[in-house]
Design a protein around this ligand. Structure first.
Ligand SMILES: NC(=O)c1ccc[n+]([C@@H]2O[C@H](COP(=O)([O-])OP(=O)(O)OC[C@H]3O[C@@H](n4cnc5c(N)ncnc54)[C@H](O)[C@@H]3O)[C@@H](O)[C@H]2O)c1
Length: 491
């Protein structure tokens, strides 16, 4: 490693100009991180509303605490501006960070169109000596193959000779980005050693976190796919344990917490599916271009997606056929307290319920009714509350801790898909509480007056004498490992 303060073509004795391409939930906080560390930032986006909002000193991203104030201050001080003209911005930049999404289509094929377009715009303005870093999650080989080629064709420059090119995955989670940037090591791999050195020097200036240098951009890309695929496979295993527990009268939640007291066991939490743009998507990036191998990731995807059908099976085991019954889904966001519906398990749950003849209503305090309709859901209106026979909690929003279950007099069962609720609160309204892996699939609870399904919980577990940090059968897992409660995608 050479001088860590060296950037090809840029003097680190003065602040550099950084073009951040893609000012979304991740790009805008990254832009602010650069400003906070003395860099001047030109943010680039194709969405005029995003550019306009930022230039007026406001943030369109609501999830990050302090982001609004930071954007206002950065714009007022002339340290941050936004533009639709990526090419012009890149012409002025010493460093370009690209954080434009790569997605998968309905057939799980990787769709590079967004990043290809962004890369062509970057290449058109690329000047000799610039450092280009991709932070978007990518299939292995994308930086050094596809993107390098687009950059070279559109700039008529040669990567490694005329400009530096590196990959560094963004590992943060929406909602805690500034915290995560201080604690998660930054993984960096360049297409050659000079590119790696330039990228390391740049990130040393804007981050306090540890830096991990990989041998290549391919290896750095692989890191992000490993960490996300690991979680998908882990959750699939937890789901298999939960289904086993359900048919054997065992409590998977308790068993997993106990198993995780062994330091090499890190089993995540079972649930009604895995959502978000990362965990259910990146295994497909890993499989991209490979027909064989990766047996476990392939199987894990199927297992996790099948949890929606399994949830329906649990409801039917509790109250009989769902045909002509109304079911309420609580939370369509892919995880609690994040206003993001990408690849949410709510979609699979809705489809599975409809397949079984149910009418599906949804509630999500983070979305307006017109937004829910635009996403293909039917928001619950007050006149239909009386019809609800069953509820599935899909996203553990904080607001559901004070949800008024007394509004659903005909509801007989609630499946807590995230173990987020207090069973006794649900049961105090005469609604049976069940969760994935609670061991009650083949052990329906005793009848209680007015509620044929009755509360299913075993009294011993409810007494709070677990000694393992668990105080009941269902409800939030009080994990001994931070890895628990990960049935929902995080990043
Ligand atoms: N969201 C997360 O929690 C998270 C976490 C870790 C990593 N990531 C990575 O970050 C990437 C971006 O995620 P995000 O949540 O910020 O996405 P986002 O959808 O919030 O924002 C993406 C932005 O890119 C802009 N854009 C699209 N095409 C463009 C182009 N050609 N030129 C310029 N801008 C363009 C869009 O208008 C949008 O504002 C993800 O694809 C993923 O690889 C995301």
């Amino acid at each position: 490693m050479g001088d860590p303060n060296y950037i090809r073509g840029a003097s680190l004795t003065k602040s550099v100009c950084v073009a951040v391409v893609g000012l979304g939930k991740i790009g805008l906080p990254i832009a602010i991180q650069c400003v906070r560390h003395g860099q001047r930032v030109i943010g680039c986006d194709i969405n005029p509303a995003v550019v306009e909002t930022i230039n007026s000193g406001r943030s369109h991203v609501q999830e990050e605490a302090g982001l609004d104030e930071a954007v206002a201050a950065a714009v007022a001080q002339g340290q941050l501006s936004a533009t639709l003209d990526t090419t012009a911005a890149v012409r002025q930049a010493d460093v370009v960070i690209v954080i434009v999404p790569v997605v998968v289509n309905a057939n799980h094929e990787v769709d590079f169109r967004g990043i290809d377009a962004a890369t062509a715009s970057v290449g058109a303005g690329l000047m000799p000596g610039t450092l280009v870093v991709y932070e978007t999650t990518l299939p292995v080989g994308t930086t050094t193959g596809r993107l390098r080629s687009i950059l070279e064709q559109s700039s008529h420059l040669t990567a490694g000779r005329d400009f530096s090119l590196a990959y560094s995955p963004e590992r943060v989670s929406s909602g805690s980005i500034f915290r995560d940037l201080t604690i998660y090591p930054k993984v960096i791999g360049g297409i050659d050693s000079a590119s790696t050195e330039d990228a390391v020097a740049f990130y040393r200036r804007i981050l306090d976190a540890e830096i991990i240098v990989m041998a290549s951009s391919d290896e750095a890309e692989f890191v992000k796919l490993i960490e996300t695929t690991y979680r998908d496979v882990n959750i699939a295993l937890a789901n298999e344990f939960a289904r086993f527990a359900d048919t054997h009268g065992l409590n998977a939640g308790k068993a997993i917490v106990a198993a995780n007291t062994q330091p090499y066991s890190h089993i995540h939490s079972p649930g009604v599916g895995v959502g978000g743009h990362c965990i259910p998507v990146y295994p497909y990036f890993l499989m991209h271009g490979t027909e064989e191998g990766l047996t476990l990731p392939r199987r894990a995807r199927i297992i996790n997606d099948e949890m929606a059908l399994y949830a329906v099976q649990r409801l039917e085991a509790a109250i009989g056929s769902l045909s002509h019954r109304s079911v309420l889904l609580l939370g369509i966001a892919y995880r609690g307290d994040v206003r993001e519906p990408a690849f949410t398990s709510a979609r699979l749950l809705r489809d599975a319920l409809v397949q079984h003849g149910a009418t599906v209503f949804v509630d999500d305090p983070l979305f307006r009714d017109d937004e829910l309709r635009a996403l293909g859901y039917t928001p619950l209106s007050p006149e239909y509350r009386q019809r609800i026979s069953a509820i599935i909690l899909q996203a553990g929003h904080q607001a559901y801790q004070s949800f008024d279950f007394s509004l659903f007099p005909e509801c007989r069962v609630l499946l807590d898909g995230r173990r987020a609720l207090q069973p006794e609160v649900v049961e105090s309204h005469g609604i049976r509480y069940i969760s994935i892996g609670d061991g009650t699939l083949t052990h329906p609870g005793p009848s209680v007056e007015g509620h044929p399904c009755g509360p299913p919980l075993d009294e011993i577990s409810r007494s709070g004498e677990s000694g393992l940090g668990i105080d009941r059968v269902g409800g939030p897992l009080v994990g001994l490992s931070g890895a628990l409660n990960e049935g929902e995608d995080r990043p």
